[in-house]
Design a binder for this molecule. Structure first.
Ligand code: PEP
Ligand code: MN
Length: 294
């Protein structure tokens, strides 16, 4: 199924988007996406957590055990990293995959990792539950076409300079290729502001949810680059009716080799989980509550 036909020109596409939001008054018409045992977009709030990059078995296990105990519903961790500086840590590559296998087995949680190039699709697909397209690759249409043929859900991050409609059109590349399991992730855009790493476009995330059938997550780790802002932005995402968040977590004893400045410590993740709970309960979106009332 094609969610929005793009074959009849750009303005027609824009009309269809507006009609879609208008028909529903912007109400939830999200089609949930199944990521392993976790349903994203079905009303419950999904918390995806893990290190920026997988660095070692010990690091990944420590983070995975902690975030699972605090109620995370999926894990993340970079295998192949897209780094701005070619001399910085590029990820363990295929050496990380045995650790991914182990944490999935032990925690029972689904794992999401970024696919940086077409030749990585097959190797990652054998070990993870969803493939992430990073901000820098949102415009890589040949990669998106290939992911249209993949049998795994795709978590599509917004390009840091992409307009909202360009983001939805990128998602359409995957859908047109035959893969309807797309989750959008707003990770901040580049603006004139320099106190935060990027600017979290929360309104844009809500717009994307109102103008498509895709679940929408928010990644305040990359959007703010500041641990002290991540918690409040997660609470805002929940209150705005978005489908979940993705955050980076790292034990503070060993600073992360990638994006260490923005990582939540295990303790901060605990605080975030505790702060989120009453909001999710009040909104009827708490996983534990939902399980009890079922
Ligand atoms: C990441 O999730 O670690 C990452 C590199 O994100 P982005 O593509 O949004 O910069
Ligand atoms: Mn990162």
């Amino acid at each position: 199924m094609v969610i929005i036909s793009t074959g009849q020109g750009q303005s027609r596409y824009h009309d269809r988007l507006d009609a879609l939001a208008h028909e529903t008054g912007g109400a939830a018409m999200t089609r949930p996406v199944q990521v392993g045992g976790t349903r994203v977009g079905g009303g419950e709030f999904t918390v995806v957590a893990g290190p920026c990059a997988i660095e070692s078995r010990e690091q990944l296990l420590a983070v995975a055990r902690h975030v699972r105990a605090e109620g995370a519903s999926a894990l993340r961790g970079g295998v192949f990293k897209m780094r701005t500086d070619p001399r910085s840590f590029q990820g363990l590559g295929t050496g990380a995959l045995e650790f991914v296998d182990e944490v999935r087995r032990e925690t029972g949680l689904p794992f999401i990792a970024e696919v940086a190039a077409i030749e990585q699709v097959e190797v990652l697909a054998a070990h993870v539950d969803a493939l992430q397209v990073g901000s820098r690759n949102m415009h890589n249409y040949y990669l998106l076409k290939e992911l249209g043929r993949a049998r795994l859900p795709i978590l599509l991050k917004r390009g840091f300079a992409a307009q909202l409609r360009e983001w939805l059109l990128a998602a359409e590349y995957v859908v047109e290729g035959g893969n309807e399991s797309v989750i959008l992730c707003e990770r901040g855009i580049r603006t004139f502001e320099s106190e935060t790493r990027n600017t979290l476009d929360l309104a844009g995330a809500v717009w994307a949810r109102q103008h498509s059938h895709f679940p929408v997550l928010v990644d305040p780790s990359h959007a703010t680059g500041r641990p002290e802002l991540i918690g409040p932005m997660c609470l805002a995402a929940a209150a705005a009716g978005l489908d979940g968040v993705m955050v980076e977590v790292q034990p503070k004893e060993k600073p992360a080799l990638s994006d260490g400045f923005q990582a939540l410590s295990l303790e901060r993740f605990t605080t975030l989980a505790r702060d989120l709970r009453p909001i999710l309960v009040a909104l009827g979106r708490d996983r534990a509550e939902a399980a009890v009332s079922r």
